[in-house]
Design a protein around this ligand. Structure first.
Ligand SMILES: NC(=O)c1ccc[n+]([C@@H]2O[C@H](COP(=O)([O-])OP(=O)(O)OC[C@H]3O[C@@H](n4cnc5c(N)ncnc54)[C@H](OP(=O)(O)O)[C@@H]3O)[C@@H](O)[C@H]2O)c1
Length: 269
């Protein structure tokens, strides 16, 4: 029998996870809710997913969500956790909320399992790199639930288990925010192509294909192998790399990623 999956929130991350997600559709009866049910309807239409709207009751002018025996996917902004009242005990809560600890989640909503995850926007193409940390509130270790959690997370990309909860914020550096950093590199290379006389369309096509080729090569080779494979002694590529090192690009990326992760850690509740 299918379980109920209640998705709370309908922004970019909810859409990225739900869009064309055949695993979720085949394993769950999907319900979607949030503060604005019209936005929830629009989200279902956009995601091409079979789902129903969950219309909450209200208590103290807050939506009251019955989570008893359901699986919950919490996809609001971090402050969204306080906007709802949760009733009952869920089977499992998956939370994408950056900076919201398992302790804070447990105070608001009871569940047999809480999983914090840090996906990225490539979940749209089922290529997210997702760090996750699982806390069980049941007595015995359960390999079945571990397998279920992994299958759920891998329905939108590759999932990597981390050993302590603090490493969820750390993964903002490697994957949570890094697609924006890579987008900056892509934009820079497109601009560079235009400076060298290519049209915008030509430059963009070439850079997109380069990223695709890079990702494929990186699957089987280390970054160093790729770098040295195309850097001949005294040649062209090493001159460009020398300029990037001189301008501190490596340090700038490490600092940017650290600042992003630190911001999430500092605003943790
Ligand atoms: N985007 C990423 O790459 C990424 C990566 C990792 C983790 N995350 C996490 O994913 C979560 C959602 O991010 P997103 O990119 O999907 O943001 P988004 O597109 O701006 O969507 C935000 C969602 O949160 C709801 N929301 C905002 N404030 C709320 C409040 N006070 N009470 C109730 N609901 C509220 C919004 O509903 P309304 O329209 O009704 O306000 C909307 O459903 C965040 O917690 C973020 O930390 C995002």
């Amino acid at each position: 029998m299918k379980k109920t999956l209640l998705v709370i929130g309908y922004g970019n991350m909810a859409k990225a996870i739900l869009t064309h997600n055949d695993f979720i559709v085949s394993h769950f009866n999907v319900l979607l809710t949030g503060r604005d049910l019209q936005k929830a309807k629009d989200c279902i239409a956009k995601c091409c997913i079979e789902a129903q709207i969950y219309t909450p009751q209200y208590a103290d002018s807050k939506p009251l969500l019955d989570i008893q025996d359901s699986v919950i996917l919490l996809c609001t902004k971090p402050k969204g956790l306080d906007s709802f009242i949760f009733q009952g005990k869920a089977q499992c809560v998956y939370s994408v909320l950056a900076g919201v600890s398992i302790e804070a989640l447990d105070k608001q909503m009871k569940s047999c399992h809480i999983v914090r995850l840090m996906p990225n926007i490539a979940a749209f193409s089922k290529n997210s790199a997702t760090a996750f940390y699982h806390k069980s509130y049941t007595q015995q270790a359960d390999s079945k639930i571990n397998a279920e959690i992994l299958a759920f997370l891998e329905s939108f990309g590759k999932a990597v288990s981390v050993d302590n909860e603090a490493l969820i914020e750390s993964s903002i550096a490697t994957s949570g925010s890094s697609i924006a950093f890579l987008a900056l590199i892509a934009e820079s290379l497109i601009d560079a192509g235009i400076l060298e006389g290519l049209t915008h369309a030509q430059s963009q096509d070439l850079v997109k294909q380069t990223f695709l080729g890079f990702a494929t090569e990186l699957a089987t080779k280390s970054p160093s192998e790729l770098k040295y494979a195309i850097s001949s002694p005294g040649g062209t590529t090493i001159r460009g790399l020398a300029i990037l090192e001189e301008l501190g690009v490596r340090g700038a990326f490490i600092k940017a990623a650290h600042t992003a992760a630190k911001h999430a850690r500092d605003s943790k509740k």
